[in-house]
Design a protein around this ligand. Structure first.
Ligand SMILES: [Zn+2]
Length: 325
């Protein structure tokens, strides 16, 4: 069945397939959970089930309808070819099509909601079964756009369904949250991420630092990025071993310190210490304890970054602590 492609999200899949089989499908769902764990994939499987020519309740994945839910039109805007599946995402449609002069940069604008969604309200589906609207990164809806959607989400009409996909549900207005039914998606287990990497022909090491996100793992598995993370870890280790703190900080001076990048590199470094600790645990308990302390220090640095500490200061403080560990 079409939901088989969704890996490691059994509670979410069970909730949705149960609703489909019982015929009690909510009309406005909110798929929430970390980025890259299968929320949008699940939204398409759900849409296939509602639009399948064979009548469902679960999409067959083979009919013309199911096929066009997951294939994109070759020309921009690259949206699903099924005319009853509406996809909303920031910047997806060119300004000319939305009747605006500026591309959408700040968020999903009200014009997109008007032209793509509200224009369809009250009309029957083109091909019979339903109209499904998937909103990618729904937390990017501008306030105006969210307000324009409220009434429709609350009373969508008989065969209209919404799936709002978000990895930052706390940024959605309460009014939208209270009108949508949450389906929660969890971070993927490391072995699931590893198997996804393997299937994509990528090295599986990145699974351990991807925090349960398949898309992040695929990005991290990129050879150039892997080399950059290794360079960073080597530079930190050299800095920790340098004769004094000034020399240590010199070694780090040229590092690029964008927050997200640094966070990812620190996660890799933490993993390096964790691995050392595991390897030494039997033969050299002293070394294993040191690795555990180092691991804690790097994790502390990640937490500081998450609390919006300045990247350069966080890195300097971490190296100073590692030198005393
Ligand atoms: Zn089908």
């Amino acid at each position: 069945m079409v939901f088989d492609r969704v890996i490691g999200q059994q509670p979410a899949v069970t909730a949705l397939t149960r609703a489909l089989r019982s015929g009690r499908v909510h009309q406005a769902y909110r798929f929430e959970g970390p980025a890259g764990v299968g929320k949008e994939l699940t939204a398409y499987a759900f849409a296939q089930s509602l639009l399948c020519e064979r009548g469902g309740p679960i999409g067959c994945g083979q009919c013309r309808s199911c096929e066009r839910v997951v294939s994109l039109s070759p020309e921009p805007p690259q949206v699903p070819r099924h005319p009853d599946l509406l996809l909303i995402a920031r910047g997806l449609y060119p300004p000319a099509l939305l009747g605006t002069s500026q591309p959408e940069v700040a968020g999903i604008g009200i014009e997109q909601v008007r032209r793509i969604v509200l224009a369809r309200v009250g009309y029957p589906p083109h091909e019979g079964r339903a109209v499904v609207c998937v909103i990618r990164d729904a937390d990017e809806l501008t306030n105006q756009a969210a307000n324009a959607l409220l009434k429709t989400i609350e009373e969508p009409g008989e065969r209209m369904f919404f799936v709002l996909v978000t990895s930052r549900p706390d940024r959605l207005p309460d009014t939208i949250r209270s009108r949508t039914l949450a389906v929660r998606f969890a971070p993927l287990a490391d072995h699931v991420v590893a198997s996804i990497l393997e299937r994509n022909g990528a090295p599986t090491e990145a699974a351990a630092v991807a925090e349960g996100s398949a898309s992040l793992a695929l990005q991290l598995a990129d050879p150039e990025q892997m080399a950059a993370r290794q360079d960073f870890a080597d530079a930190v280790l050299r800095a920790v071993a340098a004769r004094d703190l000034a020399a240590a900080l010199d070694l780090l001076e040229t590092r690029s310190l964008a927050r997200d990048r640094l966070r990812e590199q620190l996660a890799f470094l933490a993993q390096t210490f964790a691995q050392r600790g595991r390897q030494a645990v039997a033969a050299q308990p002293g070394l294993s304890e040191l690795a555990a302390r180092q691991h804690r220090i790097v994790f502390g640095a990640i937490r500081s970054l998450d609390r919006f500490g300045q990247p350069a200061l966080v890195l300097e403080a971490m190296v100073a602590r590692l030198r005393r560990a």
